[in-house]
Design a protein around this ligand. Sequence first.
Ligand code: ZN
Length: 157
Amino acid sequence: MRIGHGWDLHRLEEGRPLILGGVLVPSPRGAVGHSDADVVLHALMDALLGASALGEIGGFFPDTDPKWRGADSSLLCGEVVARVAAAGFRIVNVDLTLILETPRMVPHRESIRLKVASLLGLEKNYVGLKTKSSEGLGEIGKGLAVACHAVVLLDSR
Ligand SMILES: [Zn+2]
């Protein structure tokens, strides 16, 4: 068994799309980044790469490479899942903690779990997702940033 942890944070700005776990969430503010700035999938990919000791997403998809500008993180995640499988691992479960102030995530939680499960080839009940606020404190609390923690468990095939 292998365990992995990933973390990511992106700034939020007016007029940008907010994509979380491959799902477009209606919001006046969205995440800023070189790719589609999907904080959930970025944390998840780093957890997968960490558990399999394959590296980190910055090494696979460097933000200095114009190839990844505006990239769909779902496609990048598919690439990481393929690498993890090629290294001889099976994904057992994932646990995600998303931290942002607004919008309320409860209406979107199930669709994000479903999307993440489909990207990983898992049943939805192997994908945990908690959504927390930052109680108005710090940059996340002011609605200026979004962060996500991810933990994954891998098993050898
Ligand atoms: Zn990121």
